[in-house]
Ligand binder design. Structure first.
Ligand SMILES: Cc1cc2nc3c(=O)[nH]c(=O)nc-3n(C[C@H](O)[C@H](O)[C@H](O)COP(=O)(O)OP(=O)(O)OC[C@H]3O[C@@H](n4cnc5c(N)ncnc54)[C@H](O)[C@@H]3O)c2cc1C
Length: 395
């Protein structure tokens, strides 16, 4: 068996893995960095897969750049980790002895049991290409899941002329995140745009039917379409870490330096459960900004920087002509106070818990992210008074 010696090994070449390579190069220029990527594509950004690539705003997939000298092995999955021997084995039978290791393995889409062939559990560029190839204008596509991804895909597919049925158990879109009135309003807005929104619908199975699929839902109804797209969340890819005996609790547990329970092994991005210094809780974040910043920080620390990860991640999304940016914890069960300039079209929503501001949603409200970050953890104003977010007297 071939055994390669590398200073830094990165498993997973998504946003976090690539940024880690950049972070290593910043602190230790010239250090050897090897990335193992289970995907056969060169690294790419995922966010355009559910928005700009459909509308043409992003004409081609975009690719983050690896630093000079980093070695990327595509289509190579790490299958075994031996932390005591500091060794990773991949599915080509090669072994990698590392000085420091980063697990940036992201997550896998939650799957339906026994899905039919024309069902796409959407996550990758390959999934995007397949969805484009198998559908055309006028195709009836059934989107399962009304969270961030399902809502974005429903909007993007509708904008390209596909006929979309959107199924979700909740009454509105983004129900776990957006306040109830906004979530329900989005269902109405999507309906007005031509999406057949079926809230309160729980999918029990999908079976093949002719050239398409039939989605069965609780209560006995069946909905036919040419293809079903599943967007019901992800499970963090922790298998390698847990089999190796690293601490895993819905994510690979890391400290403030992003090191795991083994000091030579780090984790970042969607897969990492990290201490949120501002809130004093452990959490996992499945968003681009966190993947980039935690990846960069993990890389820097692998190379010896010894810096705590204290970034307050933001996230964003596009729904037809509506867009948002957000910071902190957006939990629709929290108390929320909204300041709408135009109801449900432009405004700011504050999420409040234990008397402090926990999260801020900027709805079609731009260039406020830094100020919003500063307000996280600040005492919530009494009643429905709102902080001056714009710095000009308006929230
Ligand atoms: C369609 C889509 C749209 C999105 N839009 C937004 C958005 O608008 N805003 C936002 O903030 N966030 C968005 N996100 C979320 C954001 O893209 C993710 O948070 C981010 O990509 C996570 O990066 P990551 O590197 O941690 O994980 P991933 O991107 O999942 O990368 C992990 C990589 O590791 C590989 N891997 C796993 N196991 C192994 C192994 N054993 N060996 C080798 N390789 C392995 C995987 O194949 C994968 O390529 C979106 C996500 C998707 C899917």
């Amino acid at each position: 068996m071939t055994v390669h010696q590398v200073d830094h090994l990165i498993v997973g070449a998504g946003l976090a893995g690539v940024e880690a390579a950049v972070g290593i190069a910043e602190v230790a220029p010239g250090a050897q960095v090897t990335l193992l990527s289970a995907e056969s594509e060169i690294p790419y950004d995922r966010p355009p897969l559910s928005k700009g690539l459909w509308t043409g705003a992003v004409p081609e997939p975009t690719h983050p750049e690896l630093p000079l000298g980093a070695t990327l092995l595509q289509g190579r999955r790490a299958v075994h980790l031996d932390p005591a021997g500091r060794r990773v084995t991949d599915d080509a039978g090669e072994s990698w002895q590392y000085g420091r290791l980063l697990l940036a393995t992201g997550g896998e889409p939650r799957r339906l049991a026994d899905p039919a062939e024309r069902v796409i559990h959407f996550r990758t560029l390959a999934d995007y290409r397949r969805l484009r190839e198998l559908t055309r204008e006028d195709s009836r596509v059934i989107v399962i899941g009304g969270g961030f991804l399902g809502a974005e895909l429903a909007a993007a597919l509708t904008l390209t002329g596909r006929r979309v049925t959107l199924l979700m158990p909740e009454p509105g879109l983004g129900a776990r995140v957006f306040p109830g009135d906004l979530s329900r309003h989005l269902a109405t807005e999507f309906t007005g745009r031509g999406v057949e929104v079926r809230g309160g619908t729980t999918v029990t199975g999908v079976r093949p039917s002719g050239d398409g699929v039939v989605v069965e839902v609780a209560g006995g109804a069946a909905i036919a379409g040419e293809l079903a797209v599943v967007a019901i969340g992800i499970e963090p890819s922790t298998g390698l870490a847990s089999r190796a005996g690293l601490r895993v609790e819905d994510g690979i547990v890391v400290g403030r330096d992003l090191a795991t329970s083994d000091a030579r092994v780090y984790a970042a991005g969607d897969v990492a459960r990290f201490p949120d210094a501002a809130r004093g809780v452990m959490r996992r974040v499945e968003h681009e900004d966190h993947a980039r910043h935690s990846g960069r920080q993990a890389g820097r620390n692998m190379a010896g920087a010894g810096e705590p990860y204290g970034h307050r991640p933001m996230f964003y999304g596009d729904l037809f002509d509506l867009g948002y940016e957000a910071v902190g914890d957006l939990d629709s069960r929290s108390r929320t106070v909204a300041a709408w300039r135009t109801p449900f079209r432009e405004g700011v929503v504050f999420y409040i818990g234990d008397g402090v501001i926990r999260g801020i949603l900027l709805w079609n409200t731009w260039n406020r992210v830094d100020r919003a970050r500063d307000l996280l953890g600040a005492p919530a104003p009494p009643g429905s008074a709102l902080p001056d977010l714009a710095g000009d007297g308006t929230p």
